[in-house]
Ligand binder design. Structure first.
Ligand SMILES: Nc1ncnc2c1ncn2[C@@H]1O[C@H](COP(=O)(O)OP(=O)(O)OP(=O)(O)O)[C@@H](O)[C@H]1O
Length: 250
């Protein structure tokens, strides 16, 4: 698929990617190469200029369900955490009682069961991101799109949320497209890291990580992990804007 915006900006060029159900894909690339645009196209928020993109549903009787997590949690500040997480179900006209039950279960899955009645401003950054994740998962999506979800968080919280995301995916089996600037985060989380060129974004390579998932935190200090990061660094070398310093390790 390719994407050129109305103002003529050619953003994605002949991107071809096939993703298997349950696969965890990390998208890496220099700033402005079109990673967010790629997610927006996948979510149906942005039309394509050329080519096609299909998201298949796991169930034959309904269209594919897609969840989207943004870099900032984008919670409604006036509504409780429960109401925020319930929102996608409310928009689907799900009866209140079952919507509440499902939203509570989603909050429990992300460790926020005790904060259902809290307002977003009462949450830490990591907790707000957990609530955002619960809101995206409450519809049980086939495909979860995450756009640098942990970028604004401190390093320990990034580590913890990465571990938790991996656990959630292991039990709920959704497919993931995860945009990040951190090669460490990509190498830790993904089955496959797809690397984009500078704009117009093309796929210039991909690195597979066959380590069993969910990976334990100590995988981050293992030799295979370090080698994978090096391979990614080599693939990206020359991309000055790509952050690859150890403090971004996740
Ligand atoms: N609606 C739009 N109209 C015109 N240009 C746009 C639009 N949305 C994004 N762009 C441009 O497309 C290019 C790619 O943007 P995009 O946000 O997809 O890149 P990115 O790889 O996610 O960047 P970053 O890593 O900095 O978040 C940028 O130059 C951006 O300004």
């Amino acid at each position: 698929m390719s994407k050129t915006f109305a103002d003529g900006l050619h953003t994605l060029e002949a991107v071809s990617l096939e993703v298997a159900p349950g696969e965890f894909i990390a998208l890496l690339g220099p700033s402005g190469c079109g990673k967010t645009t790629f997610l927006r196209v996948a979510a149906g928020l942005e039309p394509l200029s050329d080519g096609r993109l299909t998201v298949k549903s796991a169930a034959p009787d309904r269209p594919a369900e897609i969840g989207y997590v943004f870099q900032t949690p984008t919670l409604m500040p006036w509504a409780s955490v429960l109401a925020n997480v319930r929102l996608p179900l409310t928009l689907r006209k799900k009866p209140r009682k079952s919507a509440d039950a499902e939203a509570k279960a989603a909050l429990e899955n992300v460790g926020l069961a005790d904060f259902a009645g809290a307002l977003p401003r009462q949450l830490s950054g990591g907790m707000a991101m957990r609530a955002s994740l619960a809101r995206a998962l409450v519809t049980r999506p086939d495909l979860l799109l995450l756009d640098e979800p942990f970028a604004a968080l401190d390093e320990m919280t990034r580590f913890r949320l990465g571990d938790e995301l991996m656990e959630l995916q292991a039990t709920q089996k959704f497919t993931v497209l995860f945009v990040t600037h951190s090669l460490y985060e990509a190498a830790f989380l993904a089955d496959r890291v797809v690397v984009f060129s500078p704009r117009p974004g093309r796929i210039i390579g991909e690195v597979r990580n066959g380590a069993a998932r969910p990976r334990r935190p100590d995988y981050r200090t293992s030799q295979p992990f370090q080698e994978l990061v090096e391979e990614l660094r080599r693939l990206l070398s020359g991309d000055a804007e790509l952050s690859s310093s150890p403090q971004n390790m996740s």
